[in-house]
Design a protein around this ligand. Structure first.
Ligand code: ADP
Ligand code: MG
Length: 359
């Protein structure tokens, strides 16, 4: 359905998209992930001709978008775009937002446009808000209206640019639910997102973008669980791990534990496991209290379901977990009881402890 060849976009000397190739079939749901500034939004904007590419080719059902004779409004109609910041017309009611373009651009009658609009509002769960103004809606509701408004133009492809990143966490799921429903109905979609669980569940393929290229692409199991290439692996690893820096004995224990709790909740660990994590982290930091600058990180591996706590500290090589090093080793006994393994190594001037927690 979409065929992209050698697509480039430069801003002066800055190469934002670097010779991208991709083919997208009808009905595919593609998630686009990657660090910020790597050209994800620019790629969507080029597809929709909101930006003019510097070079290359984009074909939609064999129509070359970059051809001078291509009718840009027609292409935009086939490819709806949903932005982070809703962009609803503030002075129009919800239903007017949905009927304006179909009447003006598709030449529909007002009555037909309204019937379709109500149908779409039902689809996104907002039929009862048809006569409200955008300002009367929550962020999640506004974004659902924005999706319905896009659908009112009867597009064949939907492009989403971080559709949930401007929302309060409580409203993310209602928007994702609507996108999921569209995917079940066979809509072809490209979604730039930071919602990795969602991307993993909904996508037929995932594009990992880095440095203006699609650095790795594949089915979600490959990208999220077994990435083949180094930068993808590092990116996914960072997502699965939480880092803290403890620079003195007087560190903020409660803040650190609160962040670890959020991490554990996100990965749906039980209360008992979460409590163990918090306990082990606190005890280990107590053992390391003579060290300055401890980097501690909690990493969850989806591959084997393991949970690992690692601590790096500079200083002379001493394994604080070795028997006999500590005078009072009650702390150590307790840590051991909650871990599957404890490893120590001294590498590049750093004491590194690796604790695998029982999960
Ligand atoms: P992402 O969506 O992956 O975060 P973007 O596509 O928004 O990345 O941006 C990629 C790069 O292009 C960034 O370095 C950004 O600063 C630059 N960029 C985007 N739009 C413009 C513009 N209109 N003029 C100059 N540079 C731009
Ligand atoms: Mg972006």
């Amino acid at each position: 359905m979409i065929s992209i060849r050698n697509l480039s976009k430069h801003y002066g000397d800055l190469i934002v998209l670097d010779q991208i190739d991709a083919d997208i079939q009808k009905g595919e749901v593609i998630s686009i992930i990657g660090p910020s500034g790597t050209g994800k939004s620019t790629l969507l904007r080029c597809l929709n001709l909101l930006e003019m590419p510097t070079g290359g080719s984009i074909r939609i059902d064999n129509i070359e978008l970059m051809d001078k004779n291509t009718q840009v409004p027609k292409i935009r109609q086939r490819m709806g775009m949903v932005f982070q910041s809703f962009n609803l017309f503030a002075h129009l009611t919800v239903i007017e937002n949905l009927t304006l373009a179909p009447v003006k651009l598709l030449g529909k009658s007002k009555a037909d446009a309204e019937i379709k609009a109500i149908e779409l509002l039902k689809l996104v769960g907002l039929a009862e808000k048809a006569h409200s103004l955008p300002e009367e809606l929550s962020g999640g509701q506004k974004q659902r209206v924005a999706i319905a408004r896009c659908m009112a133009m009867e597009p064949e492809i939907l492009l989403f640019d971080e559709p949930t990143s401007a929302l309060d966490p409580t409203m993310v799921s209602e928007v994702l639910a609507v996108i999921r429903r569209l995917s079940k109905e066979g809509m072809t979609m490209l979604i730039v997102t930071h919602e990795m669980e969602f991307a993993k569940n909904i996508s037929t393929r995932v594009f990992y973008m880095d440095e203006g290229k699609i650095y790795e692409e594949g089915p979600p199991e490959q990208i999220f669980i077994n990435p083949l290439k180094e930068k993808t692996r590092a990116f996914i690893h960072r997502l699965r791990s939480k880092q803290y820096h403890v620079s003195s004995r007087d560190y903020d224990l409660y803040a650190l534990q609160a962040e670890m709790e959020v991490f554990c909740d996100k990965h749906m660990f039980s209360r008992k496991i979460t409590d163990n994590v918090l306990f082990v982290a606190e005890e280990v930091l107590l053992l390391l209290s003579d060290y300055h600058d401890v980097d501690i990180s909690l990493t969850y591996s989806e591959k084997d379901g393991s949970l690992q706590l690692s601590c790096e500290s500079s200083g002379l090589p001493v394994n604080p977990l070795a028997d006999g090093v500590l005078e009072d080793d009650l702390g150590l006994i307790l840590i051991k009881s909650k871990c599957l393994s404890l490893d120590y190594e001294y590498l590049n001037g750093k004491n590194i402890l690796l604790l695998r927690l029982k999960v």
